[in-house]
Design a protein around this ligand. Sequence first.
Ligand code: ZN
Length: 173
Amino acid sequence: MLYALMGRKLVRADKISRRQQSFHCPGCGAEVRLRQGAINVAHFAHVNKQCAYESEAESNEHLLGKMQLYQLASQLGPAQVEVIFQATKQRADVVLTYQEHKFILEYQCSPISSNQVRQRTQAYQTLGYEVIWLLGPKYQQTKVSKQLIAKFKGNYLIFYNTHTQKFFLQYNL
Ligand SMILES: [Zn+2]
């Protein structure tokens, strides 16, 4: 995650230099460690991996994508990155308000089950959000499979690549 609590203050991993400080997850409240390095995006990671808000350890790709999508979304309207929803125990990648609609952008890089997609989508919908799934490079295939279409529903799929910073839309599927 890009943000953690330092005391009561939310701090961004690349803006903090005091490594001796203790940091906590804004979702579950557990202790997290600051990870800063030359290659990967600065971030926080749970000391004990159990966190209801995080289904698995985040890849660098996911952290980078989240940040880039947030910057792009900010050009469209009021946007926030890493938004905690206590009610459904979820952490949205990016929240965007655009033309009075509330959107959640989920950048999916790792494998996810159809059930998880459905559950997460429905939970956000109950909170009044429309969910847009953006799929990472691992999902991009020359021929999109029926399973992938069924998993993310609808008649379109959107892919996003952090290296090229380009979207790829496949529609009329
Ligand atoms: Zn947590």
